[in-house]
Ligand binder design. Sequence first.
Ligand code: NAP
Length: 477
Amino acid sequence: MQTSALYLNGEWVTTSTTRPVLNPATGEVVGTMSVADRARVAQALDDAHAAYPAWRALPAKSRGQYLHRIADQLEQRTDEIARLITLENGKPMGQAKGEIAMSVDHLRWFAEEARRSYGRVVPHQVDGKRHLVLKSPIGVVGAISPWNFPLVLAVRKVAPALAAGCPVVLKPAAQTPLCAVAFAECVHAAGLPKGVFQLILAPAADVGAEFLANPKCRKITFTGSTEVGRLLIAGAAETVKPLSLELGGQAPVLVFDDADLARTVEGVIIAKFRNTGQSCIAANRIYVQAGIYDRFVAALVERVGQLKTGNGLEPGMDVGPLIDQAGLDKAVAHVRDAVAQGARLLAGGEALPGSGYFLPPTVLAEVPAHALCMQEETFAPVAAIAKFSTEAEGIALANGSIFGLSAYVFTENLDRALRVVEQLEAGTIGLNDGVPTTSNCPFGGVKQSGWGRELGSEGLDAFLETKHVSISLSSGL
Ligand code: NAP
């Protein structure tokens, strides 16, 4: 099997150290990836720094044209790259194609948004003064992405950074580097100048340490666990390195008595089971009001029975494998803990025999508040449901978490909808909507779900500095 190369300063580089890439559906090795060391990360930052002046000097429209060309490449290679995503991550092919479509949309959105990174002319307060507020790129960016959406979460960082005029060194997750290599091929084919985008895989702690310590790296953008986010925050104290952090979630769902049942069930199915439940915005705690509770549970269990679990390369699959044995063990432990504490198991709950890390869609009802699956991010296709009575109680339950990435509300009552969304502590809220993420609106968390926002105009702003220029005129007017 050919070893996949790193993309460094415009060259394809293989290393003597490698690591296998496994298919979570079969346990088979599907690739071998080059692994560099910390010194090579430092070299990549040097090369990015050298590429910076020419890249930032390009008109935003020209940088945008490069992004459109990368998007064209991705689009043309959709089937092949979707297959790679499924092979290394496990998600069903249809969802992998959706991930590519969203990546293309992010690239095209930021290609255009770069042209709108306006500064301001601020009216003066004193005769003889004028004030300009300028936006300028922050500099070389170190980006670290996770395995669960291995392409789109990398693109969500790379596209706005490049659009803003910042070179990027990307470190993908060790479990899913192959689609990042395919992305680097798209960048290469799009003709970006050398050093503007680089792909490196090296031991994660070394990459983090180098990004934090190296003065040529001016910003770190990270998506992953809150645990690693805390490490980066601690490390950044030394150099006051700016960080954007997209961290863990534990999304609540509030289903009110006045919800449209069919619409709600479809919304919860997608919010819970898309990406095999391995999504930072996955519905983790489903709170249902007493008057609709029994009907909702019955309808959800019936709908879950129609979902197909299996190898994502086979047609018609809805749910794939979990990423690895640890992910499967955690999910099964959460189910057993909930049942031991009195929850009713209504579907799934046991790992499938044979190879691969499969847990069929699982439904638990009457889950007590102290069960692990109500306290922690389960990151698996486990729907944990509990009952509530009043609107105030529902809101208190939803907000009762250290996380605040996303939340979902299902109601047909406009007054209630607005009251509830105003009180929910979450960066993204799906109101009767199970898929609340879109290129043109900000995405990110409150509380311990992170710092900053990706996507939307805020996503570009994350890579821009604000500079005030105060001008004194010789005329004194
Ligand atoms: P993770 O263990 O934090 O890994 C994420 C990335 O960080 C990987 O590239 C990993 O590299 C790297 N990493 C690990 N240790 C590091 C260190 N000491 N310094 C620098 N980088 C380090 O998270 P995960 O388990 O892959 O991903 C799942 C988590 O991500 C969940 O909590 C999920 O909610 C969160 N997430 C959040 C969002 C969001 O937008 N808020 C989106 C998706 C996922 P290696 O792979 O080489 O170890």
